[in-house]
Each structure stands twice: as structure tokens, then as C-alpha cells.
Ligand binder design. Sequence first.
Ligand code: ASP
Length: 354
Amino acid sequence: MSDQSLTRFSLGHLPLASLLLCAACTSTPVGSAGGDMEVVPDVVLAIHGGAGTILRENMTPEMDQRYRQALTQALEAGYAALEAGGDALDAVEAAIRPMEDSPLFNSGRGAVLNDEGEVELDASIMDGAEGLAGAVAGARTPRHPITLARRVMNESPHVLFAAEGADRFAEAQGIETMEAAWFVTPRRADQLKRMQARDASSTADLARRPVDEKFGTVGCVALDGDGHLAAGTSTGGMARKAFGRVGDSPIIGAGTWAADATCAVSCTGHGEFFIRLAIAHQLHARMLFGDQGLPQAAREAVLEELPALGGSGGCVALGADGTLVAPFTTAGMYRGWVTRNGVVTVRIHGDERR
Ligand code: ASP
């Protein structure tokens, strides 16, 4: 099998080889000392499933296959929403929900555990058309935190609900909630045990841990037929985080941003750095006020400023003209996109783009 996983929706008569060729010639790798970046035109939907040390030698062919399938399913769900006449927000929510249900990703079921062995779920969504936003931080009950974030945006006058307030709002909204045990997978329980055994003392020292233990957030950016952009992000945060710690994912402007005039952005990585650099909003500001194109804005913010401050991670960012960039400073980032004509591309490793 090719290491490039492609599916096609509307032009199913084309042979796979021509699709592979087509994807290869339309995406342009952009080199950078800071890491990897790819520029792809004509994209309507893109997702990430977290950035980190995703090494081929640590990945069995079965796991590789499972991740690619899960990413493809999420892209298909988001694209189907667009095809059905849904707007960019519908597509973002539709793509993120299956990833929240998948134990492979650090969001919803399968989210990482805090130092007390519990999930605390963060999510946000932003509407590029109206500049509306909704978010939840430290929620414990919503099966789909992204749906709850959207309800905050649409059904409350607020932007962010935290902890018990988020759970109460979920109940009041009648959205699906689950018992705490449903979210906890054996893989995450083992991960926490291993981390605690290795270092009995500290939750504060997140930065020195191997990056593959920290990341796995999911996110989506979409562009609909009316030219509107939207972005969303959902996560369990960082493994063995301190009780009550909130990362960048539910912080509008840090982990998520969308504005029709510029771009839609969803980030993943070491959240504290994304907050301090306001990475998602920074891309927008560079474009709006600094007259930069999206590739330059993404390169300077994610591949230069982020590592310069000591942070790591990546993002998917979609311009209003359908240009997608997916920069990351780590060895890999689970990611994929669908172009206007329905071609699905999925990637995992950093060296997979050429
Ligand atoms: N950015 C998330 C956080 O810091 C973690 C991740 O992307 O995996 O909470």
C-alpha cells in the first residue's frame, strides 16, 4: 500500500494512480529549519489528530491502518456535511465527533487522564462568518465536547464555561452525557500509571516528558460553499496534567480561531506555549495587519516563534481562498484534508508529503 492514503468521492472513475499523482503535484512542500510544512490548494476541509513523536518504528502496520481509517472516516463525515448543504460549522462538528468517539485520539473517549486519573475535557469552536465562539474547559460529562462548545456559542450569551458549569450546561441543553468510566480507556490508564511510576513527585514538569505522551488533540477547519470559514478543537489536554489545568484548545485565539477575511486555525501541541503566543490568532493578525500570506504567517508563527520560545506542536490552517497549510515542529502529525473535488488525503509522518 502507498504511504499516502487517498479516497475519492465524486470522481470515482479515476484510477488510484492518477489520484496519487494529482495529489503529489498539487501540494507544495515548503522547507523550513523549524520543521515541516505543506501548502495545498483547493481544500474545503482539514483535520488534525495531534502532533508528536510519531515514529514509524513504534507504529505497527495495524495501528497505522487504524489511524488512517479513523482520519479518513472523520474527513468523510465532515465532507458529507458540506455535500449535504451544511455550513462550515456543521462540517467542523461532524468531523470532530467521530474522533471524540475514537479511543485512538486524545479527546472525548480515550482522552488522556489528569494526575488524579480523571478526564477533564476542553473544546472550542469558532464561526468565521460572524466572529462567534463557544468553548468548554475541564468538562467531565459531555460525550461530544465539540457539540457542547457549539451550544455555548449558539445557546448562551457566553463564550466559555468551565468545569462543573460546563457539565451543568450540558445537562441543561440535553446533550448526550456519559459516566466518568466511559471516557477512560485501558491505554490511558496504563499511560498514567507508567508516568506516575517513572516520576512519583511532579506534575509540574510537563515540558521534559517525551512529546508522544502529551499530544493527540483533534481539530478541524472548514470552508463552505458560501465562503465561510470555521474551526474547532477538542482535547483531554496533556497526560498527567495537574487537576484543573487548562490548555490552549478551549482558549479562543490560542488553540482555535476563524475569520472569513483571513483563515481558520486549529492547533495541537504544548498548550502553554500556544496560549502565550496566541498562535491561532497570530496567524490571522499576521495576515490582516502584517499583510502576510497564510504560508508565511504559519511558518513564522508555528515553525519559528513557537520553537524559539521552547514550545512544540502544529496546526491546520485554511485560508479563505482554500489554501491549506499544516505546519508542525514534531516528527509527525496525524492530519488529512479533502479538496473541493472530493479527494481525501491522509498523512501521519513528517517525511510523507513529497
Ligand atoms: N494542546 C493541548 C493542550 O495543551 C494538547 C494537545 O494538543 O495534544 O491541552
